[in-house]
Design a protein around this ligand. Structure first.
Ligand code: G2I
Length: 444
């Protein structure tokens, strides 16, 4: 063998990733450039056994219920992030990634939203996405922006729900609002019974392909993987076909019941490791007693917190083989270019303002970026003249005078000071159509 051939052979070995010897799920997954996470319940963060396993084994957390609509916006416009924050802080303080779950879902809606329909519900839903994603901006690795919107059965179509009845474009409107609110988070569509190639997963596949073709911001697909003693033979092929569309795939809610549990866990892990864009696995709870599948013991630790055979098979599968992920886990996607970038308009007082719009039929979310000029500023004012028919319904990170026609926006206490050349952003939501205006900015 020539030197070149030896080097080439060595590189080929590296490319299929050598076996490794991580001693915890998270460490072993990290050696493969992936994360291994769990769903976490905030009220269990005071349980010593639970927290010991969480901190030792996992490098990603998903809020099991605490970021759902009923938990985060129990009354319309009144947000509650205490329990979600506890999970986020626990994870981030320990270097874990955080998955956000879930911005919009037909289940676990607050009563007030369940009773809404039409454009009022659409506005409330988009506002919810914007507010929650803004609250967690910069802290979330991936958001389940929309959860479980496709129907079971043979049709491959959407599930009926109050959200679906607001118009078929509700999903893309949600993704656009999420991107505007947190450009650094990966945006996922998440669903169950999508493990193999079937009518439902194909319906989702077609939606993702359409989103990619039309520039709707989507970065990942969550395959929940609530499995019963077996995994479809085309599980890996299904992951691969989504990856081939140019999105990441994440196994988001893995749990497996039945006597073949240990083997099926290993098989799922091997399938994910075999696809470069399958970037992480989350199990839906820590101990069997933590599972939503009461009495079915679908997790990796028993009720006392002991490792099960399924734990060992999972760790062994993580330690053997796999395709490296091209990007490091924890790296957020690069901030995508805004959908249309109007040139910044100059103002006389040392700042410029640029407005980005996400629009849907009958409404919009505007994000306005204020950029300080050559000197630092300590306060700013932005004027935006809205076209007729457009009306502001609510705003964040600025106070406004006027909701139609000429509107004026001023900094709030925490974002008036902007260093030279640096930026801050505020936003507002409205009804009607807001294309056209060029904001002007003055500063002091
Ligand atoms: O249903 C299993 C999962 C399917 N995919 C979406 C996930 O978000 C979903 O998680 C489960 C949670 O594990 C359960 O913990 O979602 C359930 C709600 O649909 C959660 O159950 C709820 C109970 O229904 C409530 O009665 C309870 O107050 O948990 C709440 C908090 O313990």
């Amino acid at each position: 063998m020539t030197v070149t051939a030896v080097v080439a052979a060595g590189m080929a070995l590296l490319a299929i990733a050598p076996a490794s010897a991580g001693t915890t799920l998270g460490a072993s997954a990290a050696e493969k450039g992936r994360y291994f996470g769990t769903a976490v319940a905030a009220n269990k963060l005071s349980d010593n056994t639970y927290v010991t396993i969480l901190n030792r084994e996992f490098n990603s957390v998903t809020a099991e219920n605490e970021m759902k609509w009923n938990a985060t916006e129990p009354q319309q416009g009144q947000f509650s992030h205490t329990n979600g924050d506890r999970i986020v802080n626990h994870g981030r303080q320990r270097g874990m990634l955080v998955r956000g779950h879930a911005l919009l879902w037909h289940q676990q809606q607050p009563g007030w939203a369940q009773n809404m329909s039409g454009s009022a519900l659409r506005s409330a839903a988009i506002n919810h996405v914007t507010q929650v994603a803004t609250h967690y901006r910069g802290k979330i690795h991936s958001w389940d922006v929309v959860n479980e919107a496709f129907a079971d059965g043979t049709g491959g179509g959407r599930r009926d729900s109050n959200l679906q009845r607001t118009g078929n474009d509700w999903i893309e409107a949600a993704f656009r609002a999420a991107r505007a609110a947190d450009p650094g988070a990966k945006l996922c569509y998440n669903d169950y019974n999508t493990d193999g190639i079937n009518a439902k997963s194909t319906g989702i596949y077609n939606m993702v392909r359409d989103f990619k073709a039309r520039g709707v911001p989507i970065d990942c697909v969550g395959i929940q993987s609530h499995l019963t003693n077996t995994v479809p033979g085309d599980y890996q092929a299904n992951i691969q076909r989504f990856a081939d569309l140019g999105v990441d795939v994440q196994i988001t809610e893995l749990d497996i019941t039945g006597s073949n549990q240990a083997n099926v866990y290993a098989s799922v892990v091997r399938s994910c490791l075999a696809v470069a864009r399958c970037t992480g696995i989350t199990v839906w709870g820590i101990r069997d007693s933590d599972s939503w599948r009461t009495g079915q013991n679908p997790l990796l630790f028993d009720n006392s917190g002991n490792k099960k055979a399924a734990y060992t098979s999972t760790l062994n599968a993580l330690n053997s083989g796999g395709t490296p992920v091209p990007t490091t886990p924890g790296t957020n996607p690069t901030t995508p270019p805004p959908p249309s970038t109007p040139p910044p308009t100059s103002g006389p007082g040392g700042c410029t303002a640029t407005m980005f719009l996400n629009s849907w039929t009958g409404g919009f979310v505007a994000t306005v970026r204020v950029t300080a000029g050559a000197s630092a500023i300590t306060s700013w004012r932005v004027t935006i003249t809205l076209p007729s028919g457009a009306a502001v319904t609510n705003a964040w990170s600025a106070t406004n005078t006027g909701t139609t026609g000429t509107t004026q926006w001023a900094n709030v206490s925490y974002n008036g000071t902007v260093a030279a050349g640096q930026t801050t952003e505020f936003g507002f939501q409205g009804t009607g159509t807001a294309t056209g205006p060029s904001p002007t900015c003055t500063a002091s």
